[in-house]
Each structure stands twice: as structure tokens, then as C-alpha cells.
Design a binder for this molecule. Sequence first.
Ligand code: PMV
Length: 354
Amino acid sequence: MSVYQATASAPVNIACIKYWGKRDTKLILPTNSSLSVTLHQDHLRSTTTSRADPSFESDRLWLNGKEEDIKAGGRMATCIAEMKRLRKEEVEDKQPNEPKLSSYHVHIASFNNFPTAAGLASSASGFAALVSSLAQLYKLPVSPSTLSLIARQGSGSACRSLYGGFVAWEQGTRADGLDSLAVEVAPQSHWPEMHALICVVSDDKKGTSSTSGMQRTVETSTLLQHRIAHVVPKRMAAISAAIKARDFDAFAQITMADSNQFHAVALDTEPPIFYMNDVSRAIIALIVEYNRVSVEKGHGRKAAYTYDAGPNAVIYTLKENVKEIIELIVRYFPQAVGSFKDVFGLFGGVDVAQ
Ligand code: PMV
């Protein structure tokens, strides 16, 4: 008897232009476009195995070894149903001899090798790995952008983890969401010197989930409306140009400005949301000073901090500066040595194994 099983792994991505706010909460359509870098290294990945079998009585999911409920009509159920639909339309309807896997239930086991829900984008790699493993299992002849439409319905930011390198999530204008998808801005090979350092300030679960935080911000923040209309469109164009020109100074300026505005928008929410803590702010001060000295010497900015919905810092820099920045952080935050996961080479696409 045939065994229908596939394993895929997907990396996290960290946004330089932040997604924050949904215009459609069911389809997960964003209020603004966003842009991220996909981190490619062994410490920040989700690995997911999917298996389809006619003897399975229901779809089931295990996350880090613990079974999770697949709620009817929930995000996980939507992603699985959408993948089965694609299997039927793209494979079974066109090639009647292919097994009818879309009618079998699936069992899915997924592991994260980093703290879940600590602002380290675990849902992004998780849903990207889920969609990738089902795409592999179902032998779907579709592009990463098509898969991104489905990963997006699991967790918005997950759509960007279907590509390596520098990735934009175009917000789209359609009500059905078919143009709200991930596109590649530049592959990793375009700017291989780009590196990221992750400073794990805390691996506690975050206080306000991105879902409820975004909803509150959309309902109450006037700054968000200004950001959507007047700030993000210009920044998307400017950072894409900076990436294409490999202009690190411009990339850093825009990345830090957008992190700042995202946290300002969180603060402009009623009641306010605080994702950064004192250590996060001290790291910002250090990077600001490091850049000030570099600009004064005529070298431009050499580092860019960015923070998601949690206190952990991600510092983008070019390879030549990685050692200097790690030394600086270790000098000023000696208590943190050991808990900081210094990171190494970046990037890569979703790599798929079977
Ligand atoms: O996709 P979600 O619901 O985990 O939201 C992610 C939101 C941020 O990480 C703060 C920003 C982003 O663009 O990734």
C-alpha cells in the first residue's frame, strides 16, 4: 500500500515594513503592504510532516508534540480545506489516475525550534511549513505566490515565508483577496552580505496577540490611518529601491523608522499596547549611537534594529560588521550572553524535503 507523506521546513521572516491591521479579518487582507527578509538558518524554522491516509477519521494536528484542536471554520481548517481544493482542481480533475488524496483526512505534526509566540514570527514559519508540506504531499504544480494566498489565510505574515530573500506582501485591492499575495523583490543572492542578529530579550509568550492587537489598533488609532494613507506606500517604494541598489544606509533608515512607527501605532491604540521593554529600548539607544559615530566618520549607518510584536530585537547589518556588533552587545548587555541567539547567515527559500 502506498504511503502518502511529505515533510517541509520553512524559515521565519522579519518585516522591515510592518504589517499591522486587517481590512478583512476572515480572509486576512491587510490595511497596508509590507516587506520582509526571510531568515535562513537552522535555529529559526518550522518543520512540518503531513500524511494523508484513507483510514484516518479526522484531520488532526500536533504542535511541538502536543495535539491542538483544529477548530471548524478556523484558520488551520481553512488552510487545510484550501489545500485540498487545490489538489482536486490542479491534480485530480486534470489527471483522473492520480489518487484522490483530497478526500482523505490528514495528520500533521509540526515543530518549531525556537520560542513560540514570543514575537519571533512562529506563526509565519508554521503556516508556511504547513502549506509547503501539503503542497509537496499533493504534488501541486503551483508557484510560491499561489501558495502564499493560502498561507496568508493562516497568518498574514506567513505568506512572505514562501520566498527566500527580500519579499513584499502586496496588499491588493480585490475583495476576494486573490491579489493579496507575496512577491519576490530580490533573491538572497542579490545581497548575500545582508545578515541578521537576533537578540532574544525574553522568550515569554507575548501579552497581546497580533490578532487582538491589530483589531484594537484598527478600531482606535488615528495614527494608523495616517500611516496607511501617507507613509507606507512611499516606504515600500523607497525600501525596494534601496534593496535593488544595495544601499544599506537607506535600508537601515527606513527599517528603523518603520519599526518606530509600528510601536507608535501600538501606543496610539486604546488601551495602549507596549511590546518593547527597557532592554529593547536600551538596544535601540546602542544602535543609534553606533550609527551616529559611523555617520560622523562618513560611513553611513551600519546597523538597523527592528521589533515585532514582542521585546526581541532583530538587528540587520552587513557581514563585515557582525563581529563588531556582537562584541558591542556582549559588552553592554553582559547579563544577556547565552540567551542572545546571535545569528549568522541569513536567508534562503523554503527548503523542502521528502
Ligand atoms: O501574521 P501575524 O498575525 O503574526 O502578524 C505579524 C505582525 C508583525 O510581526 C508585527 C509585523 C509583520 O509584518 O510581520
